[in-house]
Design a protein around this ligand. Sequence first.
Ligand code: ZN
Length: 211
Amino acid sequence: MKTHRHLCCHACDELVTIKLPEKEGRYRCPTCGHTLFKNYKNSIEKSYAISIASLILFIVANYFPILTFSVIGQNSTATFMTAIEYLYRDGDYIMAIAVLMTTIVVPFTFILFAMIVFGMLYHGKIYPIIIPMLRIIEDLRPWGMLDVFLIGVLVSVVKLVKMGTIHFGISFWAFVSLVPLMAYAHMILDPHKVWEIIEDAGMCLYQKEHK
Ligand SMILES: [Zn+2]
């Protein structure tokens, strides 16, 4: 049984020895203070639960109307896709694709892959597909911009409130709950922990590169 683990600091290249089992909390490089990794209790279980909840909220947020706007007896309903449709109709194709990617495609792929990855880890059934999936999750992380979209929605709401009556749909509340949930998921998730479990499961991380 291993008693120590060695890690290389990404900031200063110092080789750090970590005593096993790892304690809960944040590990920092003794030389430069850079965060090496975070070790939260039950992070896999929490991440799995959050990814399931996020998927449900994401489907609700996209399926139902986000808000209904009433002005002089006229009602108009908006969904997540409405903004993309308008941009596309106006000829802003690049913008429409960018909004579609950052608010629907990337968050959906991220949540779905996270659910599969954490599902495998939680149930102890790790298949080789976990490696490319985890890499995709790490690459997608900076491209999900639901929080930016939420700010955009809130700014529009503030402007529209002066012009008519706004009724928030179930999708709005699902969306508002989803953003902090995903922020919490990002906070507790540490890829280091996940890679460690995969490594302990006997999977060579660099199989392909070494062939
Ligand atoms: Zn360092």
